[in-house]
Design a protein around this ligand. Structure first.
Ligand SMILES: [Zn+2]
Length: 50
């Protein structure tokens, strides 16, 4: 049930956003958000590959 970080806004629970981005290993090239799972982003790219 991966929720897209890209869909999250400030109206979502900050704790959830922090949880998803706390160990961020991927960044979305579409909207610039970060997450620890590519599944949470719409255009995920591993930061290691940047
Ligand atoms: Zn995105």
């Amino acid at each position: 049930m991966a929720k897209k970080m890209c869909k999250l806004t400030k109206k979502d629970r900050p704790a959830k956003i922090a949880e998803l981005s706390g160990r961020a290993r991927y960044i979305c090239t579409n909207c610039g958000r970060t997450a620890d799972s590519a599944e949470n982003l719409c255009e995920a790219v591993a930061m290691d590959e940047l």
